[in-house]
Design a protein around this ligand. Structure first.
Ligand code: PLP
Length: 225
């Protein structure tokens, strides 16, 4: 079941801040995606490779698929032919593999580097030092990485009731985005995506500079645990 009224209101709210909505459809049937598609939604986010591959085959070709989960290098090849933006890149190895698969297909694949901003140990991503190292590597190897484009950063805040904590985490990601843009992407306006904010915290994320929010349960209802 999709929440049609919520979707319409959310689109209106996001259009005021020019924020892109990624509808996170993991664990939801293709029929629900189709229903939101029929209302005009084109950006969808999925977390699992096999699930994404199956849904992509059944759904319209003009959907922009965002891979927002943790991606293993050996699975890049399955999504490389069609994926629109890979949000969770957190190693050189993965970046290199995405480039290799994109090259085979004669594509350029857009990526975001995932930064660990939450207090929870379980969330993937680079810390600040690792992020700067990854960008150093990318800059040094750029002539060999012609088939990827780093479009920005992605992060997940802590699952916390503490608003000040969540806000501070978003703010730190925005600051890192600014630093990275200034230090590594001067004159490259393509480094302009900041993917942060989910159902529970997207408003705050937008206030702190998010350009892309990833909203699932608010649109599709709660997922089964
Ligand atoms: C599941 C998921 C979301 C959406 O979460 P909701 O709370 O359902 O909006 C957003 N981003 C990532 C990385 C996710 O795994």
């Amino acid at each position: 079941m999709i929440q049609t009224a919520t979707y319409t209101a959310l689109c209106e709210e996001l259009s005021r801040s020019h924020t892109t909505l990624i509808a996170v459809s993991k664990m939801k049937p293709a029929g629900d995606i189709r229903a939101l598609y029929d209302l005009g939604q084109r950006d969808f986010g999925e977390n699992y490779v096999q699930e994404l591959v199956e849904k992509q085959a059944q759904l319209p070709g003009d959907i922009r698929w965002h891979f927002i989960g943790h991606l293993q290098s050996n699975k890049v090849k399955y999504i490389a032919p069609f994926v629109s933006l890979i949000h969770g890149v957190d190693s050189f190895k993965l970046l290199t593999e995405i480039n290799k698969q994109a090259e085979k297909l004669g594509r350029n694949i857009e990526c975001l580097l995932q930064v660990h901003i939450a207090t929870e140990e379980t969330k993937f991503g680079l810390d600040e030092k690792e992020l700067l190292e990854a960008l150093e590597y990318y800059t040094a190897q750029q002539d060999k990485l012609q088939h990827i484009t780093i479009r920005g950063l992605m992060g997940m805040a802590s699952f916390s009731e503490d608003e000040a904590q969540v806000r501070a985490e978003f703010r730190s990601l925005k600051a890192l985005h600014h630093l990275a843009a200034k230090s590594y992407f001067l004159g490259d306006s393509r480094f302009n995506i900041l993917s942060m904010g989910m159902s529970g915290d997207y408003k705050m994320a937008i206030e702190e500079g998010s350009t892309h929010v990833r909203v699932g349960s608010l649109l599709f209802g709660n997922r089964k645990p």
